[in-house]
Write a protein that binds this ligand. Structure first.
Ligand code: CP
Length: 313
């Protein structure tokens, strides 16, 4: 089996078998990163360039570590420290990075479609590490990997996504991904943060957070995306926490073995309390660890690896 195309730009067009293939490939990658010496020679001689025009802790670091654990050479470029500030375009940056020798370019950008534009420009593989409010496919893949690891399957699960759906690329990729894998997705947030037509993506919209949480197997809490919204979509952070914040009482409405997840970074006391973030049901740190394994799998597969040679040593 191989992935369709040279790039990973989103999950909208990914098939169930492609998603399963990535998740299956991440299993041996997780074993590698659990070793005291977490390094295999699989991508020796390959060059991976991370081009981040927006801040990131988890995604950028995990791509960098994933490349290093697979013995690839990796380089980071920050938008603010690059020739972008001198006026260089995205297309010219892509061409330059390719000319420098990149085999794979990982890009995060505030503009929806930025990764696709880069992918059309260069022959190198391009991975979308988040483009505006459009998609964040590697986050959704690590979310699915984390749930599958905990529950054994994604099929038939009730997944509740709570928060700022309109401005969230994670919500969009999670809805496509979990639905494609046979889960049922519910969304809930302030009406001003639920985009028109979201039900056409196959998810169910809930007005009251208590109704959305009732019996859910997975609760994915989203951050308020202050950087992507005009002000005034809700009265204030305290009101948001009162109406939609996830606390122990609200989490108690979900299934007794429900998983609590968040892509991070979290705003304690706003979208969730510290008590649930650090509680027994929280998989927030596991998501971060799994992000490295899933990104190793993606780099490996886009570099041409197949099921026959998944690295073990
Ligand atoms: N979840 C996520 O994308 O986190 P970062 O912004 O820290 O990469």
């Amino acid at each position: 089996m191989t992935l369709q195309g040279k790039d990973l730009l989103g999950l909208l067009h990914k098939t169930e078998s492609e998603i399963e293939y990535i998740l299956d490939t991440a299993v041996p990658m997780k074993e590698i990163i659990s070793r005291p010496l977490k390094k295999v020679p699989t991508l020796r001689g390959r060059t991976i360039v991370n081009v981040f025009y927006e801040p990131s802790t988890r995604t950028r670091t995990s791509f960098e570590l994933a490349a290093k654990y697979l013995s690839a050479d990796s380089v980071n470029i920050s938008g603010s420290a690059s020739s972008v500030v001198k006026g260089e375009s995205l297309v010219d940056t892509a061409r330059t990075v390719k000319a420098l020798g990149a085999d794979i370019i990982v890009v995060r950008h505030a503009m929806a479609g930025a990764a696709e534009l880069m992918a059309r420009t260069v022959s190198a593989s391009v991975i979308n590490a988040g483009d505006g409010a459009h998609e964040h496919p590697t986050q959704a893949l690590l979310d699915m990997f984390t749930v599958r690891e905990a529950k054994g399957t994604l099929k038939g699960l009730e997944v509740a996504i709570i928060g700022d759906i309109t401005h969230s690329r994670v919500a969009r990729s999670d809805i496509w991904g979990f639905s494609r894998m046979g889960a049922r997705v519910r969304v809930c947030g302030p009406p001003t943060m639920i985009p028109h037509g979201i039900d056409t993506m196959g998810c169910k919209i809930f007005d009251k957070v208590e109704d959305a949480l009732e019996g859910a197997d997975v609760v994915i809490v989203l951050r308020i995306q202050n950087e992507r919204q005009q002000q005034g979509l809700f009265p204030g952070l305290r009101e948001y926490a009162n109406m939609y914040g996830i606390n122990s009482k609200r989490l108690g409405l979900a299934a007794p073995d429900a998983l609590l997840m968040h892509p991070g970074p979290i705003n304690r006391g706003v979208e969730l309390t510290g008590e649930v973030a650090d509680g027994q049901q929280s998989l927030i740190e596991t998501q971060v660890t799994n992000g490295v394994a899933v990104r190793m799998a993606i780099l490996y597969l886009l570099a041409g690896g197949g099921d026959a040679n998944v690295p073990v040593d």
